[in-house]
Design a protein around this ligand. Structure first.
Ligand SMILES: CC(C)(COP(=O)(O)OP(=O)(O)OC[C@H]1O[C@@H](n2cnc3c(N)ncnc32)[C@H](O)[C@@H]1OP(=O)(O)O)[C@@H](O)C(=O)NCCC(=O)NCCS
Length: 167
């Protein structure tokens, strides 16, 4: 578990579980035009040995005892880390939570032997592309009409690990 303090929020990162899915789905639905469904999350959580899930949690006041601020899902496939999902609750954005989650995932991935991180992002998602660029990711390709709802190209980004990541 890693604790992080920003000027506004104290939060810690740890794996999330099926019991956290209601909170995850609420953020997911607010964050994406084509959100993952409960079934998709459960398939990743329970049926995909490559998947890793972490949430950023802060202490709640009374029940619930903790509050989910954001989450990340990635796959570790041999030497590659594939970033699959990342979102932060809208009223907690721009406070470094996503950056912290990605760095955390990259650090975890490196301890498991990954040497390259890969991701796809909507061509129109400028904020996410900026986030990834600040973390050192660079574009290496494009997939035409990769996304639906709406139809949109995917920008492919990668980061060589080890020498580039400060966790
Ligand atoms: C993209 C997203 C995950 C960023 O989360 P976040 O916690 O707000 O990101 P951070 O605070 O760590 O921002 C890191 C950097 O990203 C860039 N960035 C993020 N949000 C930005 C904004 N609204 N305007 C400009 N730059 C922004 C900035 O470079 C920022 O660094 P800075 O604040 O020092 O300038 C969040 O906006 C989100 O959940 N969006 C909807 C889901 C999504 O698009 N996920 C990514 C799918 S590939």
């Amino acid at each position: 578990m890693v604790t992080r303090t920003s000027s506004h929020l104290d939060f810690h990162v740890h794996p999330f579980h099926s019991r956290d899915l209601d909170d995850v789905l609420a953020i997911e639905q607010e964050s994406f035009s084509a959100p993952w469904t409960r079934v998709m999350f459960e398939a990743e959580l329970l049926g995909n040995p490559f998947s890793r899930f972490f949430g950023a949690f802060c202490p709640g006041e009374g029940p619930p005892v903790k509050r989910l601020l954001g989450y990340i899902c990635y796959w570790v496939v041999f030497d590659e880390l594939r970033l699959m999902n990342l979102a932060v609750q809208p009223d907690c954005r721009r406070q470094g939570i996503a950056s912290h989650l990605v760095r955390y995932a990259l650090g975890e991935g490196m301890t498991q032997g990954t040497t390259r991180a890969l991701l796809e992002v909507r061509a129109g998602n400028d904020l996410a592309q900026k986030l990834y660029q600040t973390l050192g990711f660079r574009q290496y390709g494009c997939r035409r009409s990769y996304y639906t709802n709406p139809d949109e190209d995917a920008i492919l980004m990668q980061l060589q690990l080890a020498e580039n990541v400060q966790t």
